[in-house]
Design a protein. Structure first.
Length: 232
């Protein structure tokens, strides 16, 4: 029988199971004051240190099933990755992301369709600005890691930016993403299946050189586009 919050196995009366007890302590060691080295990895690092913990961005990390959104930590004793399925409301500090005063950014777990995802806490970072991301590709599908980011598209070729549906990305209620077309041909905002993108008054979903917009989620699969786009 396991606890409901952390999934820790209870020891039976009179039990002397050192392995089970150690696993319980190891899990507590990870989730109490949850500190994550990186939340954007799609493959496991090749030379982890004992107890290193990550949030799996996507992929199965060498297992038979997807571990997306789960917490992966390395056990040198076992010589293998251990996985913890987080519950809605868990909070993690991501050590490789810091705000303007040097504090680690915090993310909260949300669960959609049984799959955990992570969004930045509301107001966490608003006073210190948005992370600047430079994208030199011509196609990008937005994801949870883009929440709050200021993405500058620099490739001169025609570019498409796709907003996937809630069914595939666990978008948080306060998600917003900033997009700038630095230079070059048109950048087109493309709705994924079932997604509605509300263009600005008199505008389209196309950005030409030097235009900037904010994509603001206002409901499940509904986004407002705020800013300047190519006129109708």
């Amino acid at each position: 029988m396991a606890s409901t919050k952390l999934g820790l196995e209870w020891l039976a009366n009179g039990a002397a199971n050192q392995t089970l007890a150690n696993l319980t302590f190891a899990t507590l060691n990870q989730v109490v004051q949850l500190c994550i080295l990186d939340k954007d990895r799609t493959t496991a690092p090749s030379s982890p240190n004992d107890e290193d913990a990550y949030i799996v961005a996507s992929g199965n990390w060498g297992t038979a099933s997807s571990k997306a959104g789960q917490i992966a930590w390395w056990s040198s004793t076992a010589g293998a990755w251990q996985f913890i399925v987080p519950k809605a409301g868990w909070t993690a500090s991501v050590l490789d992301e810091v705000d303007g005063v040097g504090a680690s950014r915090q993310y909260v777990c949300v669960v959609t369709g049984g799959v955990p995802g992570w969004i930045q806490r509301e107001g966490a970072g608003g006073a210190t600005g948005s992370a600047v991301v430079t994208d030199a590709t011509t196609a990008r599908t937005l994801g949870l890691a883009d929440n709050g980011a200021y993405i500058r598209f620099t490739n001169a070729g025609a570019t498409a930016v796709t907003v996937p549906p809630q069914s595939s990305v666990a978008w948080g209620a306060v998600t917003e993403i900033h997009v700038r077309r630095v230079t070059g041909a048109a950048l087109t905002l493309t709705p994924g299946s079932g997604v509605t993108l509300n263009a600005p008054s008199g505008g389209t979903l196309v950005l030409s050189s030097a235009m900037t917009v904010t994509l603001k989620r206002v409901a499940s699969d509904v986004w407002d586009i705020i800013g300047q786009t190519v006129p109708l």
